[in-house]
Structure formats: C-alpha cells, structure tokens
Design a binder for this molecule. Structure first.
Ligand code: RRO
Length: 277
C-alpha cells in the first residue's frame, strides 16, 4: 500500500492510487480543520537518491472536505476490491476521536493514527510528536478506548530509539485497541544544509527514502519481539524494490507502505513490485 503522503490528499489523488496494483490504499493525513501546506518547496531529493527530505505540514481539506469526499473515496476503493485506510491526525485527543467517527461513518476499513508527523510548527515551536512520548500515546489510546471500547486501530510511529520504542510498544500492547503498528514515519528534524530551507518557517524536515531503511527495519525487528503476535507490523521506510520489501517481511512485517519511491516513480512502482514478486 501507499503510505499517507502528498499524493493521497484528494479524491482525484486516491483514484490514481486505487487504479494501481496496490493491495490497499491510504488516504490522508486528515485533520479536523483544513490545513494549507507550509510555504516553501516542501520536498528535496538527494542527487544520488540516498534520501529525501520533506516538510509539507499536513496539508489537507479537513472534516469540511472529507465529510463529503471520504464516502466517495471508500466506494471507489471498494469497487476495485481495495481496503481503504484513513490516516488521521489530531491536535487534541478528542480530535482523534472525532476523526475516527468520520472514518467509521464513511465506511473506511481501518483507521491509522498518525502519531509521528514532524513538520508542524507554530511561531517557531514544533508540535509535539506523540510517538516520542509513551505517556501521550497512553492518554490518546485511553481516550479512544473510552469512546469506542470495541474499535481496532492502527498506529504509525516515528523511528524511535530503543528505550522509547520499548515503552511505547508496552503501552500499545496493553491498550487492547491497536491491531497494527506502522513502522516508521520519517525521521524528524533533519537538515540538508544551513542554506536549504524546505519550508519558509524552518529549515528542519523529515528524512525518508533509502537512508531510512536500516533504521525502520531495525524498529520492525525490535517490534516483532516487543509486541504480541496479535498486533501486525506494517513496514515503511526506503522500500523501492522487491528485495527491500522482502527484508521487511523477514524482519517481521506482514505488509508494507511505500512513499518516497512512489513520489519518484509514480504508481508504476506497484506494478514493478508485483511483477517481481
Ligand atoms: O505533511 C507532512 O509534512 C508530513 C506528514 Br503529515 C507525515 O506524517 N510525515 C512526513 O514526513 N511529512
């Protein structure tokens, strides 16, 4: 499947992904309020493709757009036999709860909590990246359980360092509401050089692509030992070939998301991966 990215924000974007050979499709990230992209180029690619950096700042149409569009996107996906996953992001626990309601009412097959977006800044201050704080993850999962005791959701985390990963995996395992963990989102706060700004507000950005692969793969391997087998792991980070994909499956992933290679190659990437399976 695709990971939530700059090409999965609208019905038109989703139609392109739905027409591809992807096994499932992800829409989002969806927030409560509509969001404009950070000003600036947003994306920067290393000239030898070692990595990419992005700082878009979660642009999307918000509930206003997705109340009418999400049911349509679900229908389009189901007409092509593809599960539709909604990646959602809140600025408060109750916003996540509100967005879960939207996804469920629209017929989405799964909700993926984005606990890991690094690129939201306000007056020079960075929005806290939830997955780096086990206490914040617990508060959120408790709020979700309180409002929807029987729901099963997915959570997308950052490339966490070992102790944080152990704590967060413990909270997720105990919560009872998480049935899948997506590992990982981009590594936050990377810098190309002091003169290159992806967003006018700040120079720091999330790093993705091949350089992220060994880090995300290590997170997947650790999660396969930290999480019970009832929680699936979805690998994400630097997948551009069937060998990359197989490395994730061997490390314990049940499925994968692709982003940077998809940005570079377009949805033909899925055909290439399926053809070499
Ligand atoms: O929009 C972004 O800048 C962004 C998001 Br929401 C995310 O989850 N991960 C990322 O690398 N960029």
């Amino acid at each position: 499947m695709n990971g939530a990215y700059i090409g999965s924000k609208t019905t038109e974007d989703m139609q392109v992904l739905i027409n591809s050979q992807a096994g499932a499709v992800v829409v989002g990230s969806i927030s409560v309020k509509p969001r404009k992209a950070n000003t600036g180029p947003g994306y920067w690619r290393h000239k030898k493709d070692f990595y990419s950096l992005n700082s878009y700042g979660m642009p999307n149409g918000g509930i206003a757009y997705f109340t009418t569009e999400l049911p349509k996107i679900v229908k389009l996906a189901h007409a092509n036999n593809k599960p539709l996953i909604a990646n959602i992001v809140g600025f408060a626990n109750q916003e996540f709860v509100q967005l879960i309601a939207l996804a469920q009412e629209s017929g989405c097959d799964m909700v993926e909590l984005n606990l890991s977006c690094p690129n939201v800044w306000d007056a020079g201050k960075q929005k806290r990246i939830i997955s780096y704080h086990a206490d914040l993850v617990k508060e959120l999962l408790d709020a979700i359980t309180a409002s929807r005791p029987h729901i099963k959701i997915s959570a997308k985390i950052s490339p966490l360092p070992p102790d944080t990963l152990r704590e967060v995996a413990g909270v997720i395992a105990e919560s009872g509401v998480v049935s899948a963990v997506v590992a990982t989102n981009s590594y936050p706060n990377a810098l190309v050089d002091v003169n290159t700004r992806l967003a006018d507000e700040q120079s720091l950005a999330g790093i993705t692509g091949p350089a992220l692969k060994p880090i995300s793969l290590g997170v997947v391997k650790q999660l396969s030992e930290l999480l019970p087998h009832t929680i699936d792991i979805v690998g994400c980070g630097g997948i551009g070939s069937i060998d990359d994909l197989n490395d994730y499956l061997a490390a314990g992933a049940k499925a994968v998301q692709v982003v940077t290679a998809l940005v570079e190659e377009g949805t033909q990437l899925f055909e290439r991966l399926v053809a070499t399976e």
